[in-house]
Ligand binder design. Sequence first.
Ligand code: HEC
Length: 99
Amino acid sequence: MRLVLLTAILAALPFGATQAAGDVQAGRAVAEIWCKPCHVSSGTRGTDVAIPFSEIAANRTAQSIGAFLADPHGAMPNIQLSRKQIDDVVAYMETLKGR
Ligand code: HEC
């Protein structure tokens, strides 16, 4: 119970206060809409153009992913994520590590 409370408090802190500030569910929703056309969440790359999220999470730190996402990339057309969306997506990707 205490851990749950602590997690809730950490999640409520303004961004930047902690790496764990992202909302995993919100991040998954962002990924489903904006990232899925190119990135699968886990497994092998198959015919997809971009690196699976599970692989990215395993290879990069949350910080470096966040920095990368501050700017659009690849053929990513007009996606400019907010700081909050970036934190959420990064939190989601971290859950895919090793999948
Ligand atoms: C139009 C296709 C496309 C979309 C949409 C897209 N990506 Fe990518 N992404 C790529 C390609 C291609 C690369 C590899 C080339 C590059 O780095 O520019 C890449 C690379 C990345 C990398 C760096 C991987 C590494 O380790 O080098 C991250 C992180 C990433 N994408 C996250 C995202 C997230 C999060 C979203 C959704 C908000 C997203 N991408 C949407 C095509 C896309």
